[in-house]
Design a protein around this ligand. Sequence first.
Ligand code: ZN
Length: 428
Amino acid sequence: MKKLVAGGLALMLAGSALAAASVQDVAERYRKLVLAVGQHDPNYVDAYYGPPALQQQAVKEKRSLAAIRKDAEAAIADLAGQQGKDADEALRVDFLRKQLKAIAARIDMLDGKKFTFDEETALLYDAVTPHYDRAHYEALLKKIDQLVPGDGPLPQRVQAFRARFVIPQDKLKVVMDAAIAACRARTAKEMALPEKESFVLEFVKNKPWSGYNWYKGDAHSLIQINTEFPIYIERAVDLGCHEGYPGHHVYNALLERHLVKEKNWVEFSVYPLYSPMSLIAEGSANYGIEMAFPDEERVAFERDVLYPLAGLDPKLAGQYAELQKLLGKLSYADNDNAQHYLEGRFTREQAIEWLVNVALYPPEKAGQRVQFYEGLRGYVINYNLGKDLVKAWVEKQVTSKDPAEARAQRWAAFKQLLSSPRLASSLQ
Ligand SMILES: [Zn+2]
């Protein structure tokens, strides 16, 4: 009897030691699984700065999708019943579970399995976007119609107006440099940035996106801007904040500092593109634009600094900013268009028609956008739904009525989100 009791105790101790060790163990396995999937899909691993030997091992082994999927399922099973010893650890367990589920779903897709748009985004990004019909957007278009001068159909008038705000090619570098410098200065004023953080800016062509941040580790990013199509003046602040400060560059650098370096949470040294992390990444990068440049401050900066640098007429800055705000309300039209196209209800021509006439998207970029749907599919929801979820969560943490104090609370909450494993369904 005594022996049995002792044995039971030993078993219990072993059990708790096993539980404590196994989240870290699952995290190690998760990191290898992401690298393994990357061998089947060149776009899958968006960033990796862990030990190079693990990457070499993934290349050498080139494990089958079936074997990777089986291991992902086993890792999910190992997390069953794990709670984490505090709130942060609970988020970590939840993070690993959802990221692993996304690995399994992405493997199913690589294997040819077809999900509906909403099924796909729930599995890959931990969120489902609301959907609206054309009439919903047409009601918004009526409001925009009143703001844009001239005669003729609205899309053409918007386009004619917009054409006055293209940054000339030879001014692109000076405008982008000024925008990024301002995004960085404004972010650094509100939160301590990791020491020795840095980035390199490059101009590229022939990409399905307009900008990209490639995070290299050690607080360093390569930021690429696609110059194949005209770049409108508002994109300078958009891209500077989104790709740089306080967007992707800062998000990755804070995850590296707080989770990888301070806690040895190795799972954050790899970033699988088609995973719930992307909703937080894109959502915070988009919300970061208005964090760094609240409304009037943005208009003033663009009018007084960027317009002159680009050789544009500063007197038009206010009206153009108004238009941008209204166009922003159409952003969910992109999700509905992607859904209709990917589920086969829209042809390519219909998707382009919707982009131009419903989303008021620049016509010259509509083909590029459809290409984006084909490559990244449900990823489109991460930009607008992601932004709205991040914004709502941050605003919920603000308790002060005093504007300066509220601003400080907003930044503190934003920084907390960028340094934590919180995913979409934990934002609600
Ligand atoms: Zn992005």
